[in-house]
Ligand binder design. Structure first.
Ligand SMILES: Nc1ccn([C@@H]2O[C@H](COP(=O)(O)OP(=O)(O)OP(=O)(O)O)[C@@H](O)[C@H]2O)c(=O)n1
Ligand SMILES: C[C@](O)(CO)[C@H](O)COP(=O)(O)O
Length: 229
């Protein structure tokens, strides 16, 4: 059977959510956000092991919450200041398995068919990411000048993003050495001249970021529980 390992990121602060705590600990439909996300990988037979990156101040809380509940959680490691630092901490803690996924703990609605397509494309192309074509017209505003970008060439990147271990490690080592920061991991591949495959994902794999996303997530859960797709 195909198998992959996943780094699940939960070390952020959730500033935009403004909930007075890490948004990973907000309850949606009776379970915390991080539990919902980990359950997806626990349920996927192709996923072999999970490495969770947490905020150093939440070691006890997270340990109690997820330490025993998920059999595939191999390690819980402390994250860093930026998302990229947290990915690096996760990366340093895992095995040199062929395929490694990186996923935001804040995206609980990724589906098994998306995960499997991502895996297949990674085997073929070395790396792959989920995303959706943008539906708004995108304007670039630079030094007061507005320019309309060609929408047919644009997609909004999501996670998981999947890599052969070797590419992910080399990309992060290069970024670390050259002090390069990016908002996702596939961006770091560009510096090595590698191009990942694009996997057309679903809008339902949105990132829970702002307060209004909580109601959206509650609604998604209700729909999933009714198995109305
Ligand atoms: N230093 C950080 C920053 C972010 N993340 C994780 O990366 C994912 C995507 O980040 P984002 O949605 O920006 O989460 P936060 O950083 O928590 O939110 P905000 O930017 O609003 O503070 C989240 O699962 C978050 O926990 C992380 O592990 N370490
Ligand atoms: C990785 C990501 O989720 C892809 O859309 C996104 O770049 C994370 O960005 P954020 O600034 O940490 O929300």
């Amino acid at each position: 059977m195909p198998d992959y390992q996943v780094i699940v990121l939960a070390a952020g602060q959730g500033r935009r959510m403004n909930a007075g705590k890490n948004k990973q600990l907000i309850e949606i439909g009776g379970q915390t956000l991080i539990e919902h996300t980990l359950q997806v990988f626990e349920n996927d037979d192709w996923c072999d092991s999970i490495y969770v990156v947490i905020h150093p101040n939440e070691q006890k809380l997270m340990g109690d919450l997820i330490g025993k509940q998920f059999s595939k959680v191999k390690k819980i490691v402390n994250g860093g200041d930026e998302r990229q630092d947290s990915v690096r901490e996760g990366l340093l803690s895992l095995e040199q398995k062929l395929v490694t996924f990186v996923h935001d703990g804040a995206r609980p609605f990724v589906t098994e068919d998306e995960l499997h397509e991502l895996y297949e494309q990674t085997i073929k192309h070395g790396a792959a990411f989920l995303g959706v074509p943008v539906t708004d017209t995108i304007k670039q505003i630079k030094d007061g000048k507005v320019q309309t970008l060609n929408r047919s060439e644009l997609v909004a990147a999501q996670t998981p993003q999947a890599f052969t271990y070797d590419w992910l490690k080399k990309a992060h080592d290069y970024a670390y050495e050259h002090k390069i920061y990016a908002t996702d991991d596939v961006a770091l591949l560009e510096y090595l001249g590698h191009s990942p495959a694009f996997v057309h994902g679903k809008l339902s794999n949105f990132k829970i970021t702002n307060p209004e996303d909580i109601q959206k997530a509650e609604n998604m859960l209700k729909i999933n529980r009714l198995d109305y797709k």
